[in-house]
Design a protein around this ligand. Structure first.
Ligand SMILES: [Zn+2]
Length: 279
């Protein structure tokens, strides 16, 4: 409830044992903790920034690695998959390999801990990296799908989804480096939303529902520039809920935010957990 936003929160209250000593939460963080305490429903919306501390670069910020050599809009495009699956998989296979060994960080763990404590209803994520799942989040809405499985577009539901390890095994065994459907030998497609594809309707609908009834929406590690996900905080705000934006760098929705935290996502979410104390 945004009506609670004017209530000043006690600073330094409830610092838990898990927190480093002598770190009183900032006034903004204490305020967010108070909003979370009073909310009936808290939901998190996460984007690439939450996985950066796990060593996964945000490809929309061209810097390093894979994304320096290729244009993701071109190579991770549904047309590229359809027209040249060998080239598509030469790129995507590398991406699979690089994501395979990544570990969840303290920000993923903090959200999973909030859920275990009954303080968080769900995580909506744009990320395909499976790190929320690995951190233990149970109620997870992956609006861009995930690398957890691949499927055959030709066979559709007639062929079962293939687990990540098996996709990688087939990729390694194929002469052209393309993981193939056992039924029709066609190329498997990772179950992620590629450029040029629509978001899955059911996942997006679930995300909208969660945001509409959230009393607090925690937007974590997102520049909130990619639609339609970037418009989700407006659903919360328009329904009278509070929006907290936890990310470094400005976002177009900063004016809508009830709480704005600019620090490192791991430090801020661990700080929130600490400010909420135990129990
Ligand atoms: Zn097939």
């Amino acid at each position: 409830m945004s009506g609670a936003a004017s209530t000043p929160a006690p600073v330094g209250a409830g610092t838990g044992d898990a927190m480093p000593a002598a770190l009183a939460p900032s006034p903004e963080l204490a305020r967010l903790a108070e909003l979370v305490r009073q909310a009936r429903s808290v939901v998190a919306l996460t984007c690439a920034g939450i996985s950066v501390p796990s060593g996964i670069p945000d490809f929309r910020t061209p810097r390093t690695g894979l994304w320096e050599r290729v244009d993701p809009m071109e190579v991770a495009h549904i047309d590229a998959f359809r027209e040249d699956p060998v080239r598509f998989w030469s790129f995507y296979g590398e991406r699979f390999a690089s994501l395979g060994g990544k570990r969840p960080n303290g920000a993923h763990a903090a959200l999973a801990a909030l859920e275990r404590r009954g303080l968080l209803d769900a995580v909506i994520t744009q990320n395909i990296d499976m790190l929320h799942r690995r951190a233990g989040t149970r109620e997870l809405v992956e609006v861009h799908g995930s690398i957890a499985t691949g499927s055959c577009p030709r066979c559709g539901d007639a062929a079962a989804a293939v687990e990540l390890a098996e996709v990688r095994a087939r990729l390694a065994a194929d002469a052209e480096g393309v993981p193939r459907c056992e039924r029709c030998r066609g190329p498997l497609k990772p179950d992620v939303v590629l450029f040029g594809e629509l978001l899955p309707v059911a996942a997006l609908e679930r995300a909208r529902e969660l945001c509409e009834r959230a009393d607090v929406l925690l937007c974590v590690g997102s520049s909130l520039e990619v639609h339609p996900v970037a418009s989700l905080p407006l659903l919360t705000s328009e329904a009278g809920g509070a929006v907290a934006i936890i990310t470094q760098g400005p976002t177009p929705l900063d004016g809508v935010a009830d709480v704005r935290l600019h620090g490192d996502v791991v430090a801020e979410l661990e700080g929130l957990l600490g400010a909420l104390g135990h129990g």
